[in-house]
Design a protein around this ligand. Structure first.
Ligand code: SDX
Length: 427
């Protein structure tokens, strides 16, 4: 690949450097373009734009490859733990035993919330969507943990990172408990990160809670599969919010808000609702037709991806986990049959083949989460819980990047050119 790109505008010629990474497409460095040529590039949705350098996650959308610090997602989902993946994303390498133990000890002892925050929940209606609660409570953390909001201090950045990773399961579990009118269950330090979350969610003070190893293992995989995913919309939101110097709690709350959208993390809730609405395999053709109809805004939720033009590797692990969990729990959920049938039909349909639309991470996750006992409106809160590790790792990487500056995109202006004010009695 050449090391320069040339751009000709009229009779003027401009050259830009081409930069190469360790894998993936090269980039054309256009940072000086506006200063030299007086033009902007135009890329709504950033389909062809690299907004940063990063060494955390690599995706090859054509090959369906997802690596976290070089390790393939299917190997991590099968062999690693969420604490180990969190350490890997944050620090760049898999931890040695003593490093993992120290990291896990630190995270475990940040899982409790300031007691005043439990009254914060009581301001919400019981039927508030858990993501509304997550946005509110996580944003409010900056009012309680002001001693870890100075982003120029690496120590405070690390404490804020540990607090966010540690407290998200507690916050999510409390949102669920609040919605069903049950008392909050405090963290228990002798449990794993995932087991602790399950006990805070499904345990009650009236009796001991035994963590089911099958469910714990399924949640471990689900958390790992959702941990990070390059510069997706919510991660880009966290980076942009952080670029102004805003505190980490407010920035993660911004990421949660963005993730909530049905085109992004909200798709897991939407996908299960869609599968339930389809109900029976015989109704699948009707919905496939709607998804292909340009006049119909309906889309197959859990299908398609901006980057993957092949099977999302996370969807494969998710489907295998769905089958294992339902089998071990002795549940035969017709929704899983509908999901499998829908996938088979769609993958043979020219529309989906031509547009390279495959199941993504959100297509099967709802089947598992529903089987475990989570209500549908908790699905995206679980996505946010797991993705906090990726957001925090990307936030730390951005803050430490000497090239980083406040994000401030420009525009192609299409509004009125200058005109004079007209007093109301002359309009
Ligand atoms: C996540 O970015 C990430 O990494 C996100 C994520 C992560 O881990 O952070 O992977 C998590 O958000 C996964 C995606 C979850 N969203 C959904 O499942 C919602 C349904 N899918 C989409 O709406 C869509 O596929 C997107 C939003 C995921 C991607 O949209 P793009 O890349 O902007 O593509 P597009 O909307 O321009 O679609 C391209 C074409 C269009 O047809 P044409 O206008 O070219 O004729 O494909 C069609 C779309 O109409 N299309 C679909 C479709 N997805 C795209 N048609 C029917 N059903 C779908 N699901």
């Amino acid at each position: 690949m050449a090391d320069k790109a040339s751009l000709t505008i009229g009779d003027r010629n401009f050259e830009c450097d081409i930069l190469s990474g360790s894998a993936g497409p090269d980039v054309i460095d256009i940072r000086k373009l506006y200063g030299q040529a007086g033009v902007f590039t135009y890329d709504p949705g950033f389909t062809s734009t690299a907004a940063c350098q990063s060494a955390i996650t690599y995706i090859d959308g054509d090959e369906g490859v997802l690596l976290h610090r070089g390790y393939p997602i299917d190997q991590l989902a099968e062999q690693s733990t969420f604490m180990e993946v969190a350490y890997l994303l944050l620090n760049g390498d898999l931890p040695k035993q003593d490093e993992l133990e120290k990291f896990t000890y630190t995270i475990t002892r940040h899982t409790m919330l300031h007691e005043q925050l439990s009254t914060f929940y009581r301001g919400f209606r019981r039927d508030a969507h858990p993501m509304a609660i997550m946005c509110g409570v996580v944003g409010a953390l900056s009012a309680f943990y002001h001693d870890s909001t100075d982003i120029t201090d690496p120590k405070q950045r690390m404490i804020a990172s540990h607090r966010l990773i540690a407290k998200m399961p507690t916050i999510a579990a409390m949102a669920y408990k609040y919605s069903i009118g049950q008392p909050f269950v405090y963290p228990q330090n002798d449990l794993s990160y995932t087991g602790n979350f399950l006990r805070m969610t499904f345990g009650v003070p009236a009796e001991p809670y035994e963590v089911d190893p099958v469910i714990e293992n399924a949640m471990r995989r689900i958390f790992i599969l959702h941990a990070d995913h390059e510069q997706n919309a919510s991660t880009s939101t966290v980076r942009l919010a952080s670029s102004s110097g805003a505190n980490p709690f407010a920035c993660i709350a911004a990421g949660i808000a963005c993730l909530w959208g049905p085109a992004h993390g909200g798709a897991n809730e939407a996908a299960l609702n869609m599968l339930r609405e389809i109900g029976r395999p015989e109704r699948i053709p009707e919905y496939i037709a709607r998804a292909k109809d340009k006049e119909d805004p309906f889309r197959l939720m859990g299908f398609g991806h901006r980057v993957y033009k092949n099977y999302d590797p996370r969807a494969k692990v998710m489907q295998k986990t769905a089958e294992e969990v339902l089998d071990r729990l002795g549940i035969s959920d017709p929704v899983l049959d509908t999901a499998r049938e829908l996938e088979q039909i769609a993958l043979k349909d020219d529309y989906f083949i031509e547009k390279k639309l495959y199941p993504n991470v959100d297509f099967y996750s709802g089947v598992i989460l529903s089987a475990i006992g989570f209500p549908t409106d908790m699905f995206t809160a679980l996505f946010a819980l797991a993705r906090t590790v990726g957001w925090v790792a990307q936030w730390n990487e951005m803050i430490s990047d000497p090239d980083q500056k406040i994000g401030r995109p420009r525009q192609l202006y299409t509004g009125p050119t200058q005109r004079d004010y007209v007093p109301v009695d002359q309009r």
